[in-house]
Write a protein that binds this ligand. Sequence first.
Ligand SMILES: Cc1cc2nc3c(=O)[nH]c(=O)nc-3n(C[C@H](O)[C@H](O)[C@H](O)COP(=O)(O)OP(=O)(O)OC[C@H]3O[C@@H](n4cnc5c(N)ncnc54)[C@H](O)[C@@H]3O)c2cc1C
Length: 386
Amino acid sequence: MKREWNVVIIGGGPAGLASALTLARNGVKKILVLESQPSIGSSLKGQSIHYKKEILSKIFHSGLPTSSFISKIDTYGRNYYSPSGKNTFHLEDETQRIWIDFRIFLTELAKLVIDANVSVRINSQVINVVSLRDGKQEIVVQNLIENTQTKFITNLVIGAEGCRSITAQVKKLPSPHPICPIIRGHHFGEYEENNMEFILFSDEDEKVAGTCFIFPHGKKTAEFGVIFYPKVSIDPLPSVWKIWSKVLTSPVVRDKINSEQFYELGLAEIPMGGPVSPIYSHNSFIIGEAAGQVTPTGGSGILTSLEMGYLLGENLGNLVDWTNEGFLQIEREILQSATHQKLTTMAQLALPFRKQVFEEYRTWERIDQEWKGITEILKLAFGSKS
Ligand SMILES: Cc1cc2nc3c(=O)[nH]c(=O)nc-3n(C[C@H](O)[C@H](O)[C@H](O)COP(=O)(O)OP(=O)(O)OC[C@H]3O[C@@H](n4cnc5c(N)ncnc54)[C@H](O)[C@@H]3O)c2cc1C
């Protein structure tokens, strides 16, 4: 394996693979993707719901195998419930949604990346990134199977390693904060609703607040998850599971799901901050979830990561002179892009919503009493009418 590369991309998720593919399509040679997992997509996260499909045609072009991972395209709304079930609120969503199988999707994307002559290494965890005197970067990689270390030299690093970004740490770039835990159960049988369902919950004793959600996938199967909000429940695991069992006793949750049908339950962490700025330092960019460029709820994370990876790849691929000045100009363009601006605005609107609902309206009773105020914030946050 070569030691010197033009670009090393850390992370084989949607952001890393989209930037690798777009760079290669724009004629950039000697690109290496490093992924710590034993295969592309193995760290992820079941089926997903997204809000637009234009970006897919940019990545997969026409005629390529999108039908293998898209199971349904549809419109749908959002239902919100107070935990007692006394109050509900419906938001109409006029956007088309795409249900995809995420593992197949990432595998197909990885095939395109490899066909474009990008090198991909799995089981390769980046443990350090060091700036050298000539502006080049040294990447220190631990092989997790052989337990050996390798060093690569590169002109540019793209940190696409998700919410625990090592590039952001070593380059002292901001990373999205705070991180909050999420428990997710996949596929609990038939689900007839075509709406995403959100059940707000809160519990004074446990100092816990959050949202339960149900994402139907084409009315056949669905996912059930619980997001625990920051400052409230970033507790050790046993406590999270204790809260999970409490959530399942909410009348609305009991009414809507059959908890015995879960075939997979997992705990993960997602960033709850908004997009960060800056995203460039010392011949390194951060991108995707590493840069907070996703909204963690609402199913837009994967496509947004793709879109930001594509944007970086296009900009870098068309940059003639790979100097610090050129990289800074690209950073400015990405931060001003419509997608980045939109995500920043959404994060800013969503934060007060979370704060009010989950810090002030502490108990189930108060959520019921203050429902009108809560729905006003929801309307504002999602820019929709009821
Ligand atoms: C439980 C859960 C459910 C989700 N559901 C949805 C959904 O339904 N719809 C949706 O759109 N979004 C969803 N998201 C969000 C979505 O998965 C992310 O926004 C998206 O995957 C981010 O893409 P990314 O490429 O930036 O990072 P990631 O997908 O996190 O990819 C980063 C990759 O980098 C690798 N890596 C990390 N550190 C290193 C290192 N040091 N060295 C080498 N490799 C490294 C990781 O193994 C990983 O493969 C969900 C997230 C979670 C946690």
